[in-house]
Design a protein around this ligand. Structure first.
Ligand SMILES: CC(=O)[C@@H](O)[C@H](O)COP(=O)(O)O
Length: 268
């Protein structure tokens, strides 16, 4: 375990990169990309996967083989993070997660309550309502939310284990649209802040980490890259580089030049 691990609800993860399992050409490519990303937490859309289909070559067979829900064991390094993508009301999201819990696949959960199909922005009111119910029922809730410091604060106060503000709309690859808001969220948050959605390429992930985010969750940037496995590796390295740069501390910006070789002591 690396010294600089991501801790969520008392559990430590060596990777600060969380990846999705959708949009890949095949299950085999999904596995290779996740391995290359080094991610430990893997999210899966409960409404888009047949939980009962564990036949060879299915996504569930891969997850059954490689992921665990609670404590890791038998070489199962991936932690499953089921999500409620595709849910439009608090009620739908809560019911989906209760069902998943009954099937033994929901403990740490990603709450996603969408407001409209065009932007896929979260519905704040419904997300807050669902979070309240789920936290009360003992779920460890990681909510996808808007990059709004007030909403993030409310989710934290409800008892969410982290907040996951978007960088940009899901699947847009537009990168971090509002670094200012993210920095305000980071200034006040007492739980991990994980950028979720909208990352387009490795530099976006590095910027999120340089800003001080605790982690980055992404799917499309890897799955829809020309070479997903190579991009997964790039994302792993970008998250690590951004984190290191954050810990190292950025040099102060200067309006004018500062010669790299000091002027004092010049040979006449
Ligand atoms: C996989 C998942 O949970 C998505 O809903 C998530 O928000 C990722 O978004 P990108 O595909 O833009 O990375």
């Amino acid at each position: 375990m690396s010294l600089d691990s991501l801790t969520i609800a008392g559990k430590s993860y060596s990777s600060r990169l969380i990846v999705g399992t959708g949009k890949y050409k095949s299950v085999e490519e999904t596995e290779r990309a996740i391995d290359a990303s080094g991610a430990e937490i893997i999210t899966v859309a409960l409404r888009r996967v047949d939980l009962s289909d564990k036949s060879g070559g299915s996504l569930m067979s891969l997850l059954t083989r490689r992921a665990h829900v609670g404590t890791a064991g038998e070489g199962k390094r991936w932690t499953l993070l089921p999500n409620t993508a595709g849910c439009y009301t608090a009620d739908e999201a809560v019911r989906t997660l209760r069902l998943a819990r009954e099937l033994g696949v929901a403990e740490l959960v990603k709450l996603e309550v969408i407001g409209d199909p065009k932007t896929l922005y979260p519905d704040n009111e419904q997300t807050l309502e669902a979070a309240k119910i789920l936290v009360k029922e003992g779920f460890t809730v990681l909510p996808y939310c808007i990059d709004d410091p007030i909403v993030c604060k409310k989710l934290e106060d409800i008892g969410c284990a982290a907040v996951m503000p978007l960088a940009a709309p899901i699947g847009s690859g537009l990168g971090i649209r509002n670094p200012h808001n993210l920095s305000i969220i980071l200034e006040h948050a007492k739980v991990p802040v994980i950028v979720d959605a909208g990352v387009g390429t490795a530099s976006d992930a590095a910027i999120a980490m340089e800003l001080g985010c605790d982690g980055v969750l992404m799917n499309t940037a890897i799955a829809h890259a020309k070479e997903p496995v190579l991009m997964a590796e790039a994302m792993k390295e970008a998250v690590q580089a951004g984190r290191k740069a954050r810990l190292a501390g950025r040099m102060p910006r200067s309006r004018y030049a500062n010669a790299s070789s000091p002027l004092g002591g010049l040979i006449e």
